[in-house]
Design a protein around this ligand. Sequence first.
Ligand code: PGA
Ligand code: ZN
Length: 433
Amino acid sequence: MANTNITKIKSRWILDSRGNPTVETDVYCGDIWARAVVPSGASTGEAEALELRDGGKAFLGKGVMKAVQNVNDILAQKLQKFDVLDQEKIDAEMIAIDGSDNKGNLGANAILSVSLASARLAAKLSNKPLYQYIYEIAYKKTTERFLIPIPQSNVLNGGKHAGSNLSIQEFMILPVGAKNFSHAVQMVAETYQFLKKILTEKYGKSSINVGDEGGFAPNLQTTREALDIIIAAIENAGYTPGLDFVLGLDAAASEFHHNGLYNIDGKKLNEPELVEYFLQLVEEYPLKNIEDPFNEESFEAFAELTRKVRDVNIVVDDLTVTNVKRLQKAINIGAGNSLLLKVNQIGTLTEAISAAMLSMKNYYSVVVSHRSGETCDNFISDLAVGLCNGQTKIGAPCRSDRNSKYNQLLRIEEELNMKATFPKTFKDWRNFI
Ligand code: PGA
Ligand code: ZN
């Protein structure tokens, strides 16, 4: 292979799906180059790596010029001649240059843009699909077979992602009865359209406005009201709840937690009451996935719910923020059994892969996830296939920033053809890895 050293890095700001600036970076090796754009959260965890914003008047403080300059003025120079095929070294160097615990000097947005663009360029130079390159750096071996993830599709948005009274942030459908990914997308897309019909008939036109992740954002009052409508949509689409689809929630509970109490469905619940509340929902509905059911420091409450449910994904997101130290703490006390993996929570591909590996080694499943603020960059689709973790959370089948992820997975499945396995159960990654 010819020279694979980095020759140039160029960063700029562009707009994300919420109309806020975000960092886009191109990494070059001679004439060959690759690009990556970073996403951005709204219901962010306190312990996430720092997303550097400019403050001041421009863009209401959300400018990213400092992060862009940190790439163009610092990283572009320091990473000259680094071998783009050595992802770990590039990421370690950026972490060292930053020198802080949370990437607060250069900005996790600056660092991540270079990290992801470097991986894309390395895949390109190696003549490999990105998912295959990621598999090889994650597992340090090659493979012929890949696991395509089941999508967690957020069809109804609440919490910080919508202007409604629903406390729960995300109401998801998981097409566990699908025979492959394209079938899964068809099932999800059909159900989404039936949901639109039901909402319009029952609540009028304004109820089908969409939230940040492309799900509808009707002004419903309670969690059960939302779940009932989703069940009706699944049935109207000709599918069987519990068999073809199971349900998922992302409570993002830190957002409705105040002074030790949780404001939900017009009530104020303490932690033991909230544990009971979720257990009741699991009894009443085919609910198999609950993310961030408690405040982001309530490790014990997560552990309590995890002990009490059988066969339900208790997903840790704000609790662990893709950070191996926090994840190890969760593992030690049995808080959750599934990791939400968001690359920008930690800021480099290498560290995100480490979090995935630590999870799987400890029998936590991994859900590769988007953020509520996205672009049409679909790196995470390749990441989910490359990690063979079997699950991905990419919003509703609506809005180009979300469909970009679905569509990339459709292409990958087609390309892999017989080499693609679609999970039969949530836990299929255990047999696969
Ligand atoms: P965020 O939401 O990107 O706004 O944090 C997604 C999530 O909480 O999973
Ligand atoms: Zn979440």
